[in-house]
Design a protein around this ligand. Structure first.
Ligand code: B12
Length: 204
């Protein structure tokens, strides 16, 4: 399976740092760590290309190459994410969507006709999706009621990233938060019990 991983554009805001980034000749603050983690969880005999729309547009050759488009994003990226679902369909590609936006508001993504909604944490729902693909299922919604232990998560496929474009690199050490801040989605998405990785599950 040839998979094109697409990370939608952020709108300009405090966190987009576009003025500061241009001073240091970088295109984005941080990489799409969720998508490179998703690539590491999917079958390793699948082929992956990753385009972060915050650093470049999707090359025509990549659109043509892809058999399946996989998207992730936060609510703040909704405009470009929904556009990319429609653009993928216009080009005759199947689309799967996961991550914080789709998990928080699945109805938006369903409304634009995404073929597969792979919600919650990929460690549990990506295997369900892979099984569905193997069974020839053309669509589906995959959800998990539990939280995975993050020590089993494979090391992200960092090699898919264009390192020089990013100002900072990130690693994930923990998921979940014990607090209940009303403005934050973390406890809804990842629960109130922090789960931590161990050095071997982070070392690259
Ligand atoms: C790093 C980060 C950022 C970086 C972005 C870097 C980047 N390029 O992605 C920065 C600092 C720029 C940032 C900014 C903001 N962020 Co932020 N950020 C995070 C943070 C801390 C970690 C995300 C991450 O990389 N995790 C590591 C990866 C491995 O985990 P993951 O992405 O969750 O992926 C897992 C699952 O979600 C799932 N998954 C993810 N994608 C996909 C895709 C598929 C197909 C599948 C199957 C599964 C899947 O599987 C993965 C493995 O289990 C999260 C909080 C958190 N602890 O998760 C908030 C978080 C994502 N951010 C959030 C918010 C609100 C923002 C801001 C809007 C804050 C603000 N008010 O300005 C800004 C927006 C930026 C902008 N320019 O406008 C919210 C999103 C809420 C939502 N429901 O969408 C979160 C959840 C925090 C919160 N407080 O609630 N952020």
């Amino acid at each position: 399976m040839r998979v094109l991983l697409l990370y939608p554009r952020f709108p300009k805001s405090f966190w987009s740092f576009e003025k500061t980034l241009s001073l240091v000749n970088k295109k984005a603050l941080l990489p799409p760590l969720g998508l490179v983690t998703v690539a590491a969880i999917l079958p390793q005999d699948w082929e992956f290309r990753l385009i972060d729309r915050n650093i470049e547009s999707v090359p025509e050759a990549d659109w043509e190459w892809a058999e399946l488009v996989i998207l992730s994003g936060m609510i703040v990226q909704k405009e470009d994410l929904l556009f990319l679902v429609e653009e993928s369909h216009r080009r005759g590609k199947k689309v799967a969507v996961g991550g914080p936006y789709a998990t928080s508001v699945p109805t938006d993504v369903q409304a634009v006709g995404a073929d597969y909604l792979i919600l919650d944490e990929g460690e549990l729902t990506l295997p369900m999706f892979v099984e569905a693909i193997k069974n020839g299922e053309e669509s589906g919604v995959f959800r998990a009621t539990e939280k995975p232990t993050v020590t089993e998560t494979p090391i992200p496929l960092y090699e898919l990233l264009k390192f020089p474009a990013y100002d900072n690199m990130s690693v994930q050490f923990s998921r979940g938060c014990p607090f209940q801040c009303e403005f934050c989605d973390i406890i809804v998405l990842y629960g109130r019990k922090p789960r931590t990785k161990t050095p071997p599950s982070i070392d690259w």
